[in-house]
Design a protein around this ligand. Structure first.
Ligand code: BG6
Length: 463
């Protein structure tokens, strides 16, 4: 049987320890990893394999299962930017399966590294012969942020394409691995009742919210150069927007899905300077300056609310309200589809205003589920109405099934060669071309400064 390696570069960092190893451990416990799969942790620190296993040990792991899982793990001390070190790492990996020719083993190289190391790491891997598809396959997983603007993303794509084919590159946006995000496509395209009304004739506006209670924590240095627009909008929020807005793809297959997403991103109106003034609100939580790694006097936004429009037949004139921030009252990711009010109301309208249109609420996390709000007659005399809810919750609907972590799904897909839930080079570049004019404007002298908000409050008023 051909062996498969997951080689985690940056294996002693937070991502590897908090996300990748736990996801692999869970997959191991569920019996979803093939028996010949091995994990190599690669990092520059001096450490033995038993020490590395201890370092990444899951605190809640059962003794037996962990021992079994830990047998899959090895550690190689190497600098991923050094071609000589990569040649040595490749030899160590090859020695782990002496019965097989190195060219026959499959390798998923996971770059859990600082973004400035992606390009040199790929050069070093390529020069050590670790990127060419042989009889065994070679794939590279790259974490976000993919570039810090359109130009750097394009440069990185060009660099990758010098050494790899596009179908060897798996660019992660972990939101696409979330069960409820995938369910959005099932909800839209496995039910026939929504598609006929999923357009400007019936939908008044769309809200996409990714609120976080957490603050910047120990990521100040990265975050301060990035801010919420690059960290969250360019990736997660625009990806969610493409899934809500795209046309039905002809199949659930990587290119068909990604082609439809690209059409949406191409049709998003690039905001003019005037629109940026009118459609953007930015904020920064009080005390952000004291976070380690944050520059004194930094104007980096930790909150933004942005209104975007999609210039096509389906969505012309429908505002998409995107909002995300840190230091807000609670973690809450949701999408609200606001439908239009009925064109003519037969029933008495309350003195305090209109009867609102129906609202479809898709809760991504937590309390995963879907709710539909509609008007109902209050029992008793008269025709008084009040909104009521039709509710589906994952807890009640699938009470025997645990929702897997996004990384579990994405690791399995990358191992299986299914790129549907990964972003293609053109998608990333188009997403930057929407965010770049906004961040460019904020970098100019005289740019709007962020409103201050207290951690734990709702953030600034949104447009
Ligand atoms: C990451 C961002 O991509 O997503 C973080 O860099 C953010 O700033 C995180 O906190 C949110 O992910 P999740 O899965 O916790 O919603």
């Amino acid at each position: 049987m051909t062996s498969t390696f997951i080689n985690i570069f940056g294996a002693t960092g937070n991502l590897a320890r908090r996300k990748l190893i736990p996801a692999l451990y869970d997959l191991h416990c569920k019996g979803q990893l093939s028996t010949d799969l091995k994990i190599t942790g690669v990092a520059p620190g001096e450490m033995t394999t038993p020490e590395f296993r201890d370092l990444v040990r899951e605190s809640e792991a059962s003794l037996n299962q962990w021992a079994d899982f830990a047998d899959r793990i090895n550690y190689v001390q190497a600098d991923v930017t050094s071609p000589e070190d990569m040649v040595r790492a490749w030899q160590v990996i090859a020695e782990l399966t002496p019965e097989q020719e190195p060219g026959r083993v499959n390798c998923l190289h996971y770059l859990a590294l600082r973004p400035d190391l992606y390009a040199p790491a790929v050069t070093a891997l390529a020069s050590a012969g670790m990127t060419g598809n042989g009889p065994g396959w070679r794939r590279i997983v790259i974490e976000k942020p993919f570039g810090s603007d359109g130009r750097t993303a394009r440069d990185l794509n060009e660099h990758l394409h010098k050494h790899l084919d596009e179908d060897q590159v798996y660019r992660i946006d972990h939101y696409l691995g979330k069960e409820t995000v995938q369910n959005l496509l099932v909800f839209r395209f496995a039910n026939s009742i929504f598609e006929p009304i999923w357009n400007r004739n019936y939908i008044d506006s769309v809200e996409i919210t990714v609120d976080e209670e957490d603050m910047v924590g120990d990521r100040g240095e990265y975050y301060d150069g990035s801010g919420v627009l690059r960290d969250m909008f360019q990736s997660h929020l625009l990806q969610l927007m493409t899934l809500v807005a795209m046309d039905p793809p002809h199949s659930y297959e990587a290119d068909a899905l990604r082609n439809e997403k690209v059409k949406v991103l191409s049709a998003v109106r690039r905001p003019s300077l005037r629109e940026i003034e009118e459609h953007l609100v930015i904020g920064q939580y009080e005390g952000y300056h004291y976070e380690p790694g944050v520059a004194p006097g930094s104007q980096t936004p930790t909150f933004a609310a942005l209104r975007l429009f999609i210039d096509n037949w389906r969505w012309q004139g429908v505002p998409f309200h995107l909002r995300s921030g840190k230091g807000l009252p609670a973690k809450n990711t949701e999408m609200i589809i606001n439908f239009r009010s009925p064109p003519h109301m037969l029933f008495p309208v309350p003195d305090d205003g209109d009867i609102p249109g129906n609202q479809l609420l898709i809760r991504i996390q937590p309390d995963e589920g879907v709710g539909l709000e509609f008007q109902s007659k209050v029992p008793g005399a008269g025709l008084r109405m009040r909104p009521v809810n039709l509710e589906f919750s994952y807890d009640a609907g699938f009470n025997d099934v645990e929702i897997p972590d996004a990384y579990e799904r994405l690791l399995l897909d990358a191992l299986a060669g299914d790129a549907s839930l990964f972003t293609r080079s053109d998608e990333i570049e188009l997403a930057w071309s929407i965010i770049d004019p906004i961040t460019d404007r904020l970098d100019l002298p005289g740019a709007p400064t962020p409103y201050r908000y207290l951690p734990g409050t709702q953030g600034p008023q949104t447009p």
